[in-house]
Design a protein around this ligand. Structure first.
Ligand SMILES: Cc1cc2nc3c(=O)[nH]c(=O)nc-3n(C[C@H](O)[C@H](O)[C@H](O)COP(=O)(O)OP(=O)(O)OC[C@H]3O[C@@H](n4cnc5c(N)ncnc54)[C@H](O)[C@@H]3O)c2cc1C
Length: 450
């Protein structure tokens, strides 16, 4: 039997951030991190192993930060957790005694029920080094690639693969447009336009009737009757939280599938925490359970859990997941934080919209000047708080979006934006006269009677 103070199961973003934070916060405690895989890939970099990175090996998470922080790294699969005994058991029979257990078990992509889905040539998006090496080789030998699912992973794969010569790429999305669950229509359609410009064919509002072929997938038949030739099908839908180990140990699971946690990421069992993709997220605005699985969310949860393992030391817990997400398609950065207009309508929230467009440099005659578009959603209540925002434009909008996320978290009102003090520079930002986040807030302000 091996003793450790803090035991973390999982070597993805959640586990790594939890390990390092815990060690920094409780330097005298022994921290052990157990993960299945010898080499861990950076999940968000997976779409880029095919062309931009040109290899799976260039997309590995380094172990050095774990070793530098004197975290005991163990490679192996945990097959059982025994909360009463405060023990976990590895498949090789090793037993670890823990004081605090952090479940950072992650998520796994699953096959979905489509006739023919089991055929050779259908690939899932797995966070698995060896699998991705084979996957990469197969992609590079392919001709007709069909991506099922126009969510952010499908779209990022399509964009990346469109940079490889002689690949015909199609996306099939059963909803009305790609990125439909992330963005409002005008932003999603701008992304689709970029994809089409790169020669990607997009079939929206269509479902798959069958994946056909003898043993190998040779074609995909759509409900509309179209038949698309394929030698490679990428399934970019259906990731589910890994909860089986926790469930067997008696940890409570939410109806939507994630491990039930409180604001400090504690489960129903004393001294067991759950973070990252395996834990259930609650929406910051509506407080309803939502299925958000992002590395950035995993890292936030990891910091909160690891800071508060022994007692609630840092008063702030997790007040809910804002759901802040960005992507980059053919030179266009798109980001969303909090509610979109579509979700505000669905939730029957009374809202005000503010919109603005402005160049990212001033004067616009400067080389590289591009347009930034901002859409903000404020509550219509007396406080007029920021509930959500979408931005698209050049690379700088990635960080502008993160400002919006903090503004939502800090319950910033429309009037706060009007008095917001900012830095501007011709080569770095929009002009102070038209700064698009402020201009969008002012646009919303015109719609209320003060
Ligand atoms: C292609 C792709 C692109 C993405 N892009 C982005 C992006 O741009 N931005 C973003 O924020 N998010 C992105 N995500 C989502 C992000 O990858 C996940 O949210 C993130 O990986 C979650 O981290 P995690 O640590 O919770 O889980 P995971 O990364 O899934 O890690 C789980 C870990 O648990 C270990 N484990 C599980 N069970 C056991 C066991 N029984 N014994 C031992 N070890 C075990 C696994 O081995 C693994 O190490 C992307 C995901 C994919 C697939």
């Amino acid at each position: 039997m091996i003793k450790t103070d803090i035991l973390i199961i999982g070597g993805g973003p959640a586990g790594v951030v939890a390990g390092i934070t815990a060690k920094k916060h409780y330097p005298s405690k022994q921290v052990t991190l157990v993960r299945k895989e010898e080499k861990t890939v950076i999940p968000c970099g997976i779409p880029y192993i095919f062309n931009r990175l040109d290899s799976v090996d260039k997309n590995l998470m380094p172990d050095q930060p774990l070793l530098d922080n004197k975290i005991n790294l163990v490679i192996g699969e945990i097959i059982e957790a025994k909360p009463k005994e405060k023990q976990i058991i590895l498949e090789n029979g090793d037993v670890f005694d823990y004081d605090k257990l952090i479940l950072a078990l992650g998520s796994t992509s699953q096959l979905i029920p489509i006739p023919g889905i089991e055929k050779e040539g259908v690939w899932l998006v797995k966070k698995d080094y060896e699998y991705l090496k084979k996957f990469r080789e197969v992609v590079l030998k392919s001709k007709n690639v069909i991506i099922i699912g126009g969510g952010f992973i499908g779209v990022e794969f399509a964009e990346e693969l469109s940079g490889i010569k002689n690949l015909n790429i199609s996306i099939i999305e059963k909803l009305d447009y790609c990125l439909v669950t992330n963005f409002d229509e005008e932003f999603a359609l701008a992304a689709e336009e970029k994809l089409k410009n790169r020669g990607i064919k997009i079939f929206t509002g269509k479902t798959i009737k069958e994946i056909g072929g003898k043993e190998k997938a040779e074609y995909v038949k759509l409900d509309s009757g179209e038949k698309l030739a394929s030698d490679l099908i990428i399934l970019s839908i259906g990731a589910r939280p890994n909860i089986e180990l926790a469930q067997k140990a008696g940890v409570k699971i939410e109806e939507k599938g994630g491990i039930s946690v409180d604001e400090y990421l504690k489960t129903n069992i004393p001294d067991i925490f759950a973070i990252g993709d395996c834990a259930q997220t609650k929406d910051f605005i509506t407080n309803k359970n939502i299925p958000i699985m992002l590395a950035s969310v995993a890292a936030t949860e990891a910091r909160i859990a690891a800071n508060n393992l022994y007692q609630i030391e840092l008063i702030r817990g997790n007040k809910g997941t804002i759901g802040v997400f960005s992507t980059f398609i053919d030179g266009l950065a798109l980001g969303v934080a909090g509610l979109t207009e579509k979700r505000a309508k669905k939730e029957k929230i009374d809202y005000l919209i503010g919109e603005a467009e402005a160049p990212n440099h001033h004067p616009t005659s400067l080389p590289g000047a591009e347009k930034i578009k901002v859409k903000l959603i404020f509550s219509k209540s007396s406080e007029n708080l920021l509930l959500g925002g979408e931005i698209m434009g050049p690379e700088s909008v990635g960080e502008m979006l993160n400002i919006l996320s903090l503004a939502i978290q800090q319950k910033t009102s429309l009037f706060d934006f009007n008095t917001w003090q900012i830095a501007t520079h011709p080569l770095l930002t929009s002009a102070p006269t038209v700064y698009p986040i402020i201009a969008a807030a002012q646009n919303a302000m015109l719609k209320i009677k003060i």
